[in-house]
Design a protein around this ligand. Structure first.
Ligand SMILES: O=C1c2ccccc2C(=O)c2c1cc(NS(=O)(=O)c1ccccc1O)c(O)c2O
Length: 228
């Protein structure tokens, strides 16, 4: 029975300040690191094990994976890091907190963005404070200027189809450490969640989500590990 576990990275410095982070590379806080270790301890305690792991190119997800694996004495497992598992890009909102966003764009616009599936924030300004075009990890990669949730889903799913699903079909037990919206893309796909419902799905940080899958990768069970 192929098995997949998803974990959203632990608390980051900008989560604490309620800032849009997106592709900007912010580390986990001490609390976020503790969440990651506790997730590893819970997975070990419940007897979970893995053959392959996947994460994004962002420190907060990579560190969450490593801290959990360290507790499980599984740092030796293969890990594949890919930009397609990165968080949604928030464009020109990157770095803004709630007050700054409302001040700059108004409450009505925030309400529209908040519940929309295919409306992207304004694009990031080239050469701005959060410009990633000179970041070596994205050399040769189409760094988005901004993303709607729909855009994020459309660039995550090819990675699922090309790398993760085949690994599961080959019988590998897979652990993925990623971000709120890139995990939403996977949960939406696996659980057939409609476009107008996915924006309401919040994935908690540091809580392993277990998918038990049939051979055709349709879920036979999905649960938070903390509840079993
Ligand atoms: O403005 C947005 C937004 C804008 C553009 C794309 C997506 C979203 C989005 O998904 C979102 C927003 C605000 C809030 N709540 S908030 O207005 O309290 C808020 C605003 C700014 C920063 C953090 C906050 O918590 C949310 O919970 C969201 O999920």
């Amino acid at each position: 029975m192929p098995q997949l576990v998803l974990i959203r990275h632990g608390q980051s410095a900008w989560n604490l300040e309620n800032r849009f982070t997106g592709w900007w590379d912010v580390d986990v806080t001490a609390q976020g690191a503790a969440e990651a270790r506790a997730a590893g301890a819970l997975m070990a305690e419940k007897g979970l094990d893995f053959d392959l792991t996947f994460t994004s190119l962002q420190t907060r997800a990579i560190k969450t994976l490593n801290l959990a694996l360290e507790v499980m004495s599984r740092l030796w497992l293969p890990t594949e890091k890919h930009w397609r598992l990165n968080e949604r890009h928030y464009g020109g909102l990157t770095g803004l907190d709630k007050a700054e966003t409302a001040a700059k764009h108004g409450d009505e616009q925030v309400k529209i963005w908040r519940r929309s599936f295919d409306v992207p924030p304004p694009p990031a300004e080239a050469g701005g404070e959060f410009d990633l075009s000179n970041d070596r990890r994205y050399a040769g990669i189409p760094v988005p200027a901004t993303e709607s949730l729909k855009d994020t889903i459309e660039r995550v799913l090819p990675y699922w189809d090309e790398r993760i699903a085949p690994a599961l079909r080959d019988g590998n037990r897979v652990l993925i450490s990623a971000h709120g919206n890139s995990l939403r893309a996977l949960v939406k796909h696996l659980s057939n969640i409609p476009d107008d419902e996915i924006t309401g799905l919040e994935i908690p940080t540091g809580q392993p989500i277990v998918y038990e899958l049939a051979d055709d990768l349709t879920p036979t069970d999905r649960y938070y590990l903390s509840e079993r």
